[in-house]
Design a protein around this ligand. Sequence first.
Ligand code: PGA
Length: 239
Amino acid sequence: MKYLICNLKSNQTLKEATEYKEKIIKIDTEGINFVLCPTFTYLSLYQSENIKIGAQNVSEYDNGAYTGEVNAKQLKSCGINYVIVGHSERRKIFKENADAIKNKIKQAVKNGLKVIYCIGESEEQYLRQKTYVTIEKQITEIFGCLTNDCIKNIIIAYEPIWAIGTGKIPQNNEIEEITSFIKKVLSTHYHANMPVIYGGSIDDSNIKKLNKISNVDGFLVGGASLNIEKLKIIIEVTK
Ligand code: PGA
């Protein structure tokens, strides 16, 4: 079953989020692993709904004096089962480094959350043909410090930074080759066989083409998931 993970990012007012929820809970998502990741403030809107929910971030710390942070135990206690870690926006804008990412993953898994770990190269790295080196580093610098049990709870999201929110997408054969490479790194170094999904500028007009890539285990959708009509098409095609 393919994953379809929707990252709503920092969008929607309470009114908009409530209207969105009323529509999204009516969509039939059977046949895919559908996970919706709203803003923290709206996570509880979904508490009694039959829909899998993820958070967009998690504290690298336990309970305690960490003003402004939301920790993994709190997320789990609200019925949340997934969390996105290592998103390029968090790495770049919020300066999250490998240490913070490792701690977040450890906290998440310790508290029973599944992690969607985002990796991907910048446009400069892509143009200088540094994609593979960059990706391998993003995997090994994190996974080398995790136990096998921890690694089993991770889904990899390959998201080229230059494709996020830009309308630019790699060719299918490029995504296929990079996905194979990621799977090879995971199996060779860690004997791991986790899902690898693609993200970056997915919408209703390109999902059919992307869904033809045979080794991709699903998709991470940002901007297009805010539009219910576009999302319905993406869901139907992914099924
Ligand atoms: P996008 O975002 O679909 O708007 O490009 C993807 C993401 O950031 O996860």
